[in-house]
Structures are given as structure tokens and as C-alpha cells.
Design a protein around this ligand. Structure first.
Ligand code: SF4
Ligand code: SF4
Length: 358
């Protein structure tokens, strides 16, 4: 379609510029700057909303749903209650001093957020256009260069947003930025191939090697995850991107923190992908998500699960290093607590998981 013709005094007739197509967009939960946990160096991590798994231990519950969600911060509320009357969906009510959100009714329209003078209501999930997001992360080039970092796309599951993430990664690479994705691998082979061909590093989660246990803890079996990983390794052997592959395993007491799991994952890595994996990260469970679950009106099975002790983390690392992989690729990350070993450490050593999860 041709553009409209614009006329202004003293100018020849000239076609007005075509309005630009809006281009791809995605719902971003958060842009985290200076991250040290999502790849090498200091990074800017883009957390997208929407995940294909529902891990019982997830510390990013706001990333599970793809839709925007409303949250209320009691500590910021100054009690005007202007939000309550602004809602046309009858989704807000007072319970004592608390504003309670009915998440089934809330459409995240943002009217109450606009009416709140103290910023006590917030919408999680903002639509970003591709151009704007590329420009935003490019602002961090100076610290990427200084500290060997780059951009990581995480979530949620980035492969659910492949039509947005692929061009985003390519644009970042064109700007000379190091790019990574953090994937749970639960996605179509085509979507994963699209993204992995466009980035430098893949952080790939292997959480639980037993299919039934994986389904129990995450809502899905791991067959596709393992198949996707084998295919990715095959492409890398053929010389395709990415140039680097890391495996990440969360260590969750009562779930994945079990000797049989670590030995099983290690054996899988050694047999199928050991020649292309350069790092296997054991990520100690963190319990900082309690407030997030409460704000979303969700119950968290792991609210009372403690951090690992130093001994538990060292023990898990030793088991992983003895599981058949090159021991030098195994690293432990995350915070620990200085306390006596819990039942979980016994389970690591004896090779069974504790609790009722299985
Ligand atoms: S894959 Fe990650 S983001 Fe998705 S539910 Fe599991 S822990 Fe949460
Ligand atoms: S975001 Fe909209 S629908 Fe949700 S509580 Fe606020 S005003 Fe109501």
C-alpha cells in the first residue's frame, strides 16, 4: 500500500513516510543488570514471561504465566484505597489493612496502578518492541566490554518466544555483544534450533534424570528435553552455533538433590554430550521466593526448604565429579547456610531423595 501524500508550505509534493510495522514484541518480566549468574562476566539478563514447565522449586514464579500479573506491596501502601474504587472488574478488596487481588478476575489493565500514588501496585510483564529492547541492552556495552559479559535471555522459557528472541539475539550479535540463552529445553526442536543458531552460549537445564520424577516435580517428562539436548550437541559437532554449552542442575533438597540423580545426569552428559559441554553448574537451591509466591496468591511447596549447607554442596559436587564427566567442568554456585547438615545431606550420601515428593 502506498503512503499518504503530505503537503506543507514551500515544499514539493512528497510521499509521507510509510508507517513502520510494529515488529515483534514480547512480554518482559524484568531486565536484570550486572548479573553474575547467567553466563560469563557481568551480564544483562532479559527475563521473559511464560514457561513450559512448572517446577515445584521455581524461584521465578512471576515468569511462569505468560500474561501480565498485578502485585501489591504492603510496605509501600499509604492507605488511600483509591485502587479499590478504580477497578471495574471487582478484582480488589480490603482485608484488614491489606489489599487483596482476585487474580482470576484481574485483567492487569493497569488502571489501579495508575491511581496508586505510592507505587504499591505494580504490573509484572511489560510489552517491549524489538528495537527498543535492543537499544536498551546496548546501553550496557561499557560494562560488557570491561567485565567480559553480554546479554542473556532467560525466563520463563525463551524458546516460547522464538519469533522475538531469534532476531533479538541476532541484532545483539551484530552489535558485537556476547549472547546467551537460558533454556529448560522443553520446547519444539525447531524453536530451539532457531535460538541456538543465533547465540554464542546455551545454558541448558538438566534438572532430573528420571522421567517420572521429572514429571512429578515439573509437570512434564524429560524425554523431549533429553532429545533436544542430544540434537543440539549433534549440531555443535557439525560446527553450528552455539560455540559453547553449559549444563545447569538445581540442587533442591527433597527433590533433585539426590546421589542417583547426580550420577544419572553425569552419566547422560558423559555418554551423549560430554564432548561439547564445557561446564556443568550445580545451582544450590535458594529460598528467597517466599514473598513472590505470597504476592501472587500462590502456595509454595518449598517455602520451608532450607538452603544447603556447605557440606551438602561439597558432597553433591564430589558426587558429580565422580559421575563419569570430566571433573574439571563441574562447578557449584549459590548461597549456603552455616548450619548442621540436614536430612538432605544424608540423602545425597546414601543416594536417595528425601521427603514425600517422589
Ligand atoms: S523451567 Fe525455570 S522458570 Fe520454568 S518453572 Fe522451571 S524453574 Fe521456573
Ligand atoms: S489491574 Fe485492572 S482489573 Fe486488575 S485490579 Fe487493577 S484495575 Fe482491576
Amino acid at each position: 500500500m502506498r503512503g499518504k501524500t503530505s503537503v506543507s508550505r514551500g515544499q514539493a509534493l512528497a510521499p509521507a513516510p510509510e508507517p513502520r510495522a510494529p515488529g515483534p514484541a514480547a512480554t518482559v518480566l524484568n531486565l536484570q543488570r550486572m548479573s553474575t549468574e547467567d553466563g560469563p562476566g557481568l551480564r544483562t539478563t532479559v527475563f521473559l514471561k511464560g514457561c513450559s514447565l512448572a517446577c515445584a522449586w521455581c524461584h521465578n514464579p512471576e515468569a511462569m504465566a505468560s500474561r501480565p500479573q498485578l502485585v501489591w506491596y504492603g510496605s509501600r501502601c499509604i492507605g488511600t484505597r483509591a485502587c479499590i474504587t478504580s477497578c471495574g472488574e471487582d478484582a480488589l478488596r480490603l482485608e484488614g489493612e491489606e489489599v487483596v487481588i482476585d487474580h482470576r478476575r484481574c485483567t492487569a489493565c493497569g488502571d489501579c496502578v495508575d491511581r496508586c500514588a505510592s507505587g504499591a501496585l505494580e504490573t509484572l510483564g511489560i510489552r517491549w518492541q524489538l528495537d527498543a529492547l535492543v537499544a536498551e541492552v546496548a546501553k550496557d556495552r561499557s560494562y560488557f566490554a570491561a567485565y567480559g559479559g553480554g546479554v542473556t535471555v532467560s525466563g520463563g522459557e525463551p524458546a516460547l518466544h522464538a519469533p522475538f528472541v531469534e532476531p533479538f539475539l541476532r541484532r545483539c550479535r551484530t552489535l558485537g555483544l556476547h549472547t546467551a540463552i537460558d533454556t529448560c529445553g522443553m520446547c519444539s526442536a525447531a524453536a530451539l534450533e532457531r535460538l541456538t543458531a543465533a547465540c554464542d552460549l546455551v545454558l541448558y537445564d538438566l534438572k532430573e534424570i528420571d522421567g517420572e520424577a521429572h514429571a512429578h516435580f515439573t509437570g512434564s517428562s524429560n524425554e523431549r528435553i533429553l532429545a533436544n539436548l542430544r540434537e543440539l550437541a549433534g549440531r555443535m559437532r557439525g560446527g553450528s552455533r552455539p560455540s559453547e554449552l553449559w549444563i545447569r542442575t538445581p540442587l533442591v533438597p527433597g527433590a533433585t538433590l539426590a546421589e542417583r540423580n547426580l550420577r544419572g545426569i553425569g552419566a547422560f552428559i558423559a555418554e551423549h554430550v560430554g564432548d561439547v559441554v564445557t561446564r556443568w553448574e550445580l545451582c544450590a537451591f535458594n529460598n528467597l521466593a517466599v514473598d513472590k509466591y505470597e504476592r501472587l496468591g500462590m502456595v509454595w511447596d518449598h517455602a520451608a526448604t532450607p538452603l544447603l549447607t556447605d557440606r551438602e554442596l561439597a558432597c553433591a559436587t564430589e558426587i558429580a565429579r565422580g559421575s563419569g564427566v570430566d571433573p574439571s567442568i563441574v562447578f557449584a554456585t549459590g548461597s549456603t547456610r552455616a548450619a548442621a547438615p540436614s536430612a538432605a545431606s544424608v540423602d545425597v550420601q546414601r543416594g536417595r531423595s528425601n521427603g514425600s515428593a517422589h
